[in-house]
Structures are given as structure tokens and as C-alpha cells.
Design a protein around this ligand. Structure first.
Ligand code: NAI
Length: 453
């Protein structure tokens, strides 16, 4: 009998196991594919290795503007894939080592909840692993909708999800990306940089989902100028071998492409894990949890993508910690209002808190300050396209910072300071007293704050 059985070894699962063992719990973690889950193996980290290679390539190709020229610059996509695999395996081994150090029992097999006896029972590898507490961290998988032909073209390899595209070694001459959300845009950015002719087909009238509308428009313009074709308000109606058919403004169009990426969202992975044996409540496949990570079954918790709330690795880490803290009787709870989100395109998009759109929808009266990144000397020194912006929203009455949104270099790194401002409920007047290092791009937040009326 373990104190805790964790089902799923992604960011939520492995971190929970580490934290629980540090608290003195005996822990068994069951993982059917790879430790590190989607994030390390087919998500966050692999895509960042791709995008970093693209950035180096782009810088080299367009270096003349900075007085640097090189001839015969090439990007070797196979080498990029090999490096991705190397980084991934190093990180996965690091997790395995941390779990070993914490004396976590790792079971590499598919686990299935089979009910409750003395503890919560999970069967894996023909054995039963029983825990006084159970934490479900089975993550999410790509949505594959019932569009005619899609199943067949995924089976043939013509269409891929985020999983398969990261192992594709050839560079398709033409690539259709279905869904202009986070995965779609990051992959469109990479393949556009390395020479594919990319078309993004997005159902909504804008790209980048809930991203601030102004920033989404700038990103659209930036990538249109870089050669990506965007079909917005376009609904895919059928796939064939080598074709994607979509409908836009009542008109049907057929794209002939070499490959297709389907990135239209992810769904919590709860099928066939035996939730029904315990009566765990779900809502559209996601496990329903409260702010402590508890499910409706006492002793059973869930964290990460499987609860369908935020579907980000960093949210998963924090949710896992909250679950373990709650099991240990510590005072902690999950808050979702200051979770930063980043799209690692080039330029990067980063945001935290309310957007103008969400503030209006909630009836929050706000004031805003939006400045060009050109106010940052460092940004000017290091860029040639000057379309970056930083937008800060504050509550009208109190001056409390409720949202920060930016597009530009280092946005992914800068956003953490903004997330702290939102999390700590700082006011515009508080931030005015901060000293920012100079010259940095993060000074842009200070510029925006001082321009707030
Ligand atoms: P997403 O929800 O970000 O975007 C999906 C897009 O597909 C939406 O814009 C939607 O309107 C569009 N769409 C849906 N059905 C469609 C159809 N039939 N035809 C055309 N367009 C359609 O989902 P995505 O990009 O698959 O990412 C999945 C999850 O992974 C997200 O929750 C995201 O947060 C996470 N993720 C986060 C990353 C990051 O933090 N940088 C990187 C990659 C993924």
C-alpha cells in the first residue's frame, strides 16, 4: 500500500510524485508512454528546440541588416529533429533520476483504475498498485474531429497531430495547418522559416484564440508579410489524400498540399482509465475538480490537462503542488487569474490576466496604456521590424493591474514580472517605484505604466 498512487507521468504527475516524496509519502507513479508526458516528449520542449533553430537560421539569413552576412546558409531539418531527440532524452533521464532519488516507484505500463479496496487500486503490468490517495494526471490528447476523410489521412501519414509532426524528417514543400491556435502558429512559424509554403486554415475570424485582439492582428500581419497564407473564418469540410477542402463565405476551396497538421485543440484523456469504477465525475471528458484539486470522490485528486481548465504545463505544476499540499493538510489553493500564456512565435506573444475583450465581457471598468516596443532602446538595438507592443490594463477605480499583453522579443521572459504584478494585486503606483535594469526590453512595462492616464 502506497500513500499515493499517481496515474500519468507528465508535468503534473512527475512533479506531484517528487513533491509528495519530499513530504515523506511513499509514492508509486504509473506511466504508459514516456516520463515527462506531452510537454517534454511532444510539446513544449521539442517545439522550442525547433523554434530556436529557426530563430538562429532567420537571424543568419537576415543578418545583413545588422552588418552580418553569410553565404550558403542552410538549415538541416533532420539535424534539428536529432537535436530535439537528444534534448528530450536528457530531460527525461533527469526526471527519472529525480524520481529515483525520491524513491518513487515508477511503473512503465498502462494503468487502469479498477476500484477501491483498502486503498484505490490501479492495475498495471498485471499487478495491482494500491494507494491511500490517488492522483489522476493522465493529460490530454489532440482532438481529431469526425471530419470526412480525416481518420484515413491520419492513418496514411498525410495528416499529423503535434505528435507525428515533430518526428517528420522531411520538409514538406507545402503544409496546411488546421487551427490557428498555439500549436498551429508555432509550427506554422517553424515550417515557414525553414522553407515550407504554409497555409493556416482557421475557423474563427482571428488567430491565436483568446489573445488580445490588437496583438493577434499584429501577429497576423507579421506572418502574412513573412509569407504565410491565412484563411480565416474557414471551416474544413473534408480531407482526401493530398487535399484539404474548406468552406469560407459560402464558397468551397480545395488546397493541394504535401502534408497537413491538425491542431484544433486538445481533449482531456479520460477514456479507458477506469474512472467509472470509482464514480469520478467528468464534464465533456475532463475531470471535475475544485480549487484544491479534489474530485467528487474523497481521496481522489486530479491535476494538469486532465481537468480541462488551463491545459498548460506550468498550470499543471502548480495544480500538482496544490493537490499534494492539500493531502498534507497545508493551506493552499489554486488561483487561475495570473497564469501567464506564451506563444513562442518570432516575435513572441505573451500575456497574463484580463484582455480588453475579457474585461469588457465581465463588465470590469478598466484603463489601459499601450506602447510601442520602440520605447525600449534594447528592442531597437536588436530588431529590424518594430511592430511590438506592450499593453497594460488596470482596474479603473483602484489602479490594480489586471492584465499585461505583449508582442516582441523576450516577451516570454518578461511576462513573469507582469504575472507577479497581477498575482500580488499590485497597483500602477506600486510598479512606478520599481527599478528595471537598463537597457532591457522589460523596461517597456515601466514605459507603459508611466503612460497610464
Ligand atoms: P488551441 O485551442 O490553441 O487552438 C485551436 C484552434 O483551432 C482554435 O483557434 C480554433 O478556432 C481552431 N479550430 C477548431 N476547429 C477547427 C476546424 N474544424 N477548422 C479550422 N479551425 C478550427 O489548440 P492547439 O493549438 O491545438 O493547442 C492545444 C493546447 O496546447 C492548448 O490548450 C494550448 O494551451 C497548449 N499549448 C500551449 C503551448 C504554449 O504554451 N506555448 C504550445 C502548444 C500547445
Amino acid at each position: 500500500m502506497y500513500d499515493l498512487v499517481v496515474l500519468g507521468g507528465g508535468p503534473a504527475g512527475y512533479l506531484a510524485a517528487e513533491r509528495a516524496s519530499a513530504e515523506g509519502m511513499s509514492v508509486c507513479l504509473i506511466e504508459k508512454r514516456f516520463l515527462g508526458g506531452v510537454c517534454l516528449n511532444e510539446g513544449c520542449i521539442p517545439t522550442k528546440t525547433f523554434l530556436n533553430s529557426a530563430k538562429i537560421y532567420d537571424h543568419t539569413v537576415h543578418g545583413a541588416a545588422f552588418g552580418v552576412s553569410a553565404s550558403d546558409v542552410k538549415i538541416d531539418h533532420k539535424a534539428v529533429v536529432a537535436r530535439k531527440n537528444d534534448v528530450r532524452s536528457k530531460l527525461v533521464s533527469g526526471i527519472a533520476a529525480a524520481l529515483r532519488a525520491g524513491k518513487v516507484k515508477v511503473v512503465e505500463a498502462e494503468g487502469k483504475i479498477v476500484g477501491k479496496s483498502e486503498g484505490f487500486d490501479v492495475s498495471a503490468n498485471g499487478e495491482i498498485f494500491s494507494g491511500k490517495k490517488l492522483l489522476i494526471t493522465t493529460g490530454s490528447s489532440a482532438v481529431v474531429p469526425p471530419i470526412p476523410g480525416l481518420k484515413e489521412v491520419i492513418a496514411s501519414g498525410f495528416a499529423m497531430t503535434n505528435r507525428e509532426i515533430l518526428d517528420m524528417e522531411e520538409v514538406p514543400k507545402t503544409l496546411a495547418v488546421i487551427g490557428g491556435g498555439v500549436i498551429g502558429l508555432e509550427m506554422a512559424s517553424y515550417f515557414n522559416s525553414i522553407g515550407s509554403k504554409v497555409t493556416v486554415v482557421e475557423m474563427m475570424p482571428k488567430i491565436a484564440g483568446p489573445t488580445d485582439g490588437e496583438i493577434s492582428s499584429i501577429l497576423l500581419k507579421n506572418y502574412t508579410n513573412k509569407g504565410i497564407t491565412f484563411e480565416l473564418g474557414a471551416k474544413v469540410t473534408a480531407f482526401g489524400e493530398g487535399t484539404v477542402e474548406f468552406e469560407k463565405d459560402g464558397k468551397k476551396t480545395t488546397l493541394n498540399v504535401d502534408k497537413v497538421l491538425v491542431s484544433i485543440g486538445r481533449r482531456a484523456e479520460t477514456a479507458n482509465i477506469g474512472l467509472e469504477t470509482l464514480g469520478v465525475e467528468t464534464n465533456r471528458s475532463a475531470i471535475v475538480t475544485d480549487d484544491f484539486g479534489r474530485t467528487n470522490v474523497p481521496g481522489v485528486y486530479a491535476a494538469g490537462d486532465v481537468n480541462g481548465k488551463s491545459m498548460l504545463a506550468h498550470t499543471a505544476y502548480r495544480e500538482a503542488e496544490v493537490c499534494i499540499n492539500h493531502m498534507m493538510g497545508k493551506n493552499d489553493r489554486m488561483r487561475y487569474n495570473a497564469i501567464p500564456a506564451v506563444i513562442y512565435t518570432n516575435p513572441e506573444v505573451a500575456s497574463v490576466g484580463e484582455t480588453e475583450e475579457s474585461a469588457k465581457a465581465k463588465g470590469i471598468a478598466y484603463k489601459k496604456s499601450s506602447v510601442s516596443m520602440m520605447y525600449s532602446g534594447r528592442y531597437m538595438a536588436e530588431n529590424t521590424e518594430y511592430d511590438g507592443i506592450c499593453k497594460v490594463l488596470a482596474e479603473e477605480k483602484t489602479g490594480k493591474i489586471i492584465g499585461v499583453h505583449m508582442l516582441g522579443t523576450y516577451a516570454s521572459e518578461i511576462i513573469f514580472s507582469a504575472a507577479m504584478m497581477v498575482e500580488c494585486e499590485m497597483r500602477v503606483s506600486d510598479v512606478k517605484e520599481f527599478v528595471f535594469p537598463h537597457p532591457t526590453v522589460c523596461e517597456i512595462v515601466r514605459e507603459a505604466i508611466f503612460k497610464m492616464k
